[in-house]
Design a binder for this molecule. Sequence first.
Ligand SMILES: Nc1nc2c(c(=O)[nH]1)N[C@H]1C(S)=C(S)[C@@H](COP(=O)(O)O)O[C@H]1N2
Ligand SMILES: [Mo]
Length: 312
Amino acid sequence: MIIKKPEKIAPSEITPEDVYLKRRNFIKQGVAMASMAAFPMLLNGCGESSQTADAASQKQPGDNLNSYEDITSYCNFYELGFGKEDPKENADLLVTKPWQVAVEGEVENSGIYSIDELLKPHTIEERIYRLRCVEAWSMVIPWMGIPLAEMIKRFKPTSRAKFVEFETIYDPDNLPGQKSRSLAWPYVEGLRIDEAMNPLTLIAIGLYGKELPNQNGAPLRVVVPWKYGFKSIKSIVAIRFVEQMPKTTWNLASSREYGFYANVNPLVDHPRWSQKRERRIGEFSKRPTLMFNGYADEVAHLYSGMDLTRFF
Ligand SMILES: Nc1nc2c(c(=O)[nH]1)N[C@H]1C(S)=C(S)[C@@H](COP(=O)(O)O)O[C@H]1N2
Ligand SMILES: [Mo]
């Protein structure tokens, strides 16, 4: 696990893909990059100067970023179709403007928020995280976003807020997957409040310095890097603070296969396949899967004393 102090990046520096590719020498040395100069302008149309990110990007030695093309072409977003390439093909069917997020439940500042209201007071950070899928493939993605904890603090959860539930847009007229009953729509996910507050957990609004493509969950999605991909819910319209453990889409679909926690764990196999190894998209041979997807130092304490074969 390499965690280094983020480097300050000059405001003049832009971050489209070619710049990232040039910066990859830094990444290879494990030097974390931070801050995104161009992106805030995209969001609010004003040229704010550079910011310093407070969270380090995290990479394993030998981790290379997946290409923008791979990340945006090979997707899981069942609302936009069940094949890996359907979400890109159907991306235009997701209508993201206007967009509002309902904040409900055990919070002082509940209400309906615009994207601007949710993001504007916060510094946009860059985080490089591995996304590991339950079907034994993975990618390394440079996300742009804000720590979920920052957003949650502003909502002021009450002491009864033990869990956070997230809900994806429900729009069966436009979203082809929602015409099928194969999953219980809308897609819902949940985290324990301490998982949601962990500094690794991100609300992503972009990748590779660009606005989040629809197929990757525009305009905002969760990224939980130590959990299997399905916990990273896309295109969120509701964030609900609750006392009881919320239902989650994949647990509803098959509770034997998908638990609430869904922590990446090479020691606990999925009933139908091993979770010991994974194929990095773009690589030929498989690599061993790391405990908590490589983030054990940061998150193992959240589960101390828990039997992870039971709470999978
Ligand atoms: N609303 C919604 N969120 C979702 C999904 C989905 O089908 N619908 N798929 C999940 C799964 S299984 C994975 S692996 C990741 C994939 O994210 P990516 O397409 O940006 O790589 O999104 C997760 N979030
Ligand atoms: Mo997944």
